[in-house]
Design a protein around this ligand. Structure first.
Ligand SMILES: [Fe+2]
Ligand SMILES: [Fe+2]
Length: 260
């Protein structure tokens, strides 16, 4: 998701200036590439994070905005040759999730976009420059020594086509926009991220509050992730199940409050 700053000449994304992307290994062989944009969600600012899963067939989860491509490509190149990228995955079809998808397909000749059925049939079959690989709900993508399980999360936190990936070796949930929070905190924290993400929900209203939301998030809690790799904000190390249960309870509470 992309909180849109006030319009200015050059368009809403025109404020994304040349920038540097920092790299942190948040789990073994799993790298967080983070670009901080102070103008978005000012005064706290906002991070746009991609996750590179190293392996025989490297996978990038989120491409970043199209305008961020030079910075993200340069960051990936510090870890693996960008042309070796094999898989491109992301939470749902939005500019910050996949705006640079075709730029990556152009420089990485073996790269394929991998996503759920809805994303592929509704959008990616048309907009991706090469045909995407459709992943069934629960299907495991083996990237050469590492397994990533794809899970449909329709409308959670937003987007009919939404989905997440669970990297089984390190127990890392690539949870996309779930737990979105503002600011440029540490790459990985053991502190609470639920409170800041509730504050961000109040600020942006980015979630599609729906009856299935709690159930969908509790299904992710059952994976008992040890790390939550968040797209916007610090990643979390600790009891991921408890954090996800807390998030599900919060959305259940919001749904009750919104329902007459
Ligand atoms: Fe989003
Ligand atoms: Fe996002």
């Amino acid at each position: 998701m992309m909180p849109v700053p006030p319009p200015r000449p050059g368009g809403a994304f025109g404020q994304v200036r040349p920038m540097r992307t920092r790299i942190d290994e948040i789990a073994a062989g799993l790298y967080r590439l983070s670009t901080f944009v102070p103008e978005v969600a000012a005064p706290a600012g906002f991070t746009f994070n991609q996750f590179l899963v190293a392996g025989a067939e490297p996978l990038l989860f989120h491409t970043g905005l199209r305008r961020m491509f030079p910075a993200v490509r340069e960051a990936v190149a510090r870890i693996v040759p960008p042309e070796r990228l094999r898989w491109i995955a992301f939470g749902h079809y939005e500019a910050d999730e996949c705006g640079a998808m075709n730029e990556w397909l152009a420089i990485a000749p073996r790269a394929e976009v991998a996503h759920g059925t809805i994303a592929c049939l509704v959008t990616l079959n048309d907009v991706a420059d090469r045909a995407p690989r459709i992943l069934a709900d629960g299907e495991v993508l083996d990237i050469g020594g590492r397994r990533l399980r794809y899970l449909d999360t329709p409308h959670v936190p937003h987007g009919w086509d939404a989905g997440v990936m669970f990297e089984e070796t390190t127990g890392t949930l690539l949870c996309g926009d779930l737990f979105t929070h503002a600011g440029d905190g540490p790459a990985l924290t053991r502190d609470d991220i639920l409170g800041p993400s509730i504050a961000a929900e109040d600020l942006f209203g980015y979630s599609s509050l729906s009856p299935g939301m709690g159930r969908t998030i509790r299904r992710l809690a059952a994976l008992a992730p040890r790390t939550l790799a968040t797209m916007h904000g610090s990643s979390f190390a600790g009891d991921g199940a408890a954090a996800l249960e807390g998030l599900a309870a919060e959305y259940d509470r919001r749904l009750r409050a919104a329902t007459p």
